[in-house]
Ligand binder design. Sequence first.
Ligand SMILES: [Mn+2]
Length: 328
Amino acid sequence: VKNKFLPVIKVIEEVTEIIIATHIQPDGDGLGSLLGLASALKKMGKKIFATWGEKIVISPQYAWLPNVELIANPRDCPDYSVFIALDCATFERLGILEKCARRARVLINIDHHVDNTLYGSLNIIDESASATSQLVFELIKQLPIKIDKAIATCLYTGLVTDTGRFQYQNVNEKTFMIAKELLEYTVSPSDIFRSVYENISYSALKLLGLTLTKASFIPEIGFIYTVISQADLSLTGAGLEETENFIDYLRSVQEADVAAVLKENESGLIRVSLRSKGNIDVETIASKGGGGGHKNAAGYTSSKSLVETIEWLIKEVRAQVKQVRSRE
Ligand SMILES: [Mn+2]
């Protein structure tokens, strides 16, 4: 097979300074691929600027990641000629880095989202990859450095979080092969499990309780959803960055086919996270809302009121569920 990373490696070899970015509101895969690649390129002797395009807040869940101190303030984004975007499906998801990315001579887009808009001047998109961290691993393996425990830990974290601990539909034989290879660098799955999944604050636990109590369920379409408002955050003292996994609790409800968590951010916009089971495609709904993602995990941002956002969402979920049921 043709080596899809050759053009990327050529660009990396040509320059000494590189910007690496992931999407705003980064998840474990965004942060894992960002820090994994940043660590590797630094080892090659490159000057690295690693960031994402909004105020940098890292939840305790990921603040322990190796080399996390490499993350810089996006407002200081330098004038480097190469910009690598990781796990970022659309140009908009680069947030305030858009200008910085546009300024670069080469914009490399490495991702696994089906709906990636190919905004790069070099696009390496592989929908079959379980995580962008998997693609970054394939790339780093071809660079003239020794992969170490720190790099492998970042990439394993991306893999384990994006696959729901190796249980989502994006898992295949290759996922486990890559996990096995990463373990050869003395990565500790149990340490990573504890750091990612047993590291929530007491405030976040309270917020989770509140969020679950408020959940609504519409049985005829198997739709469960809940809301996290700014008031809920001040009441409990938790931060939005601590709520990434909350949707998994909704998704785990036996009668639910679609789950949504609506999060009100500081500027009053509503970030909608969606999950589905089986053939129900939430990516279609998210795209209609101006976002994107994968078939069973997607999201978008709504500037409508909370009530209007919920009404629109219920209508879209109803249509999607009906369509799938009529086919089955
Ligand atoms: Mn990902």
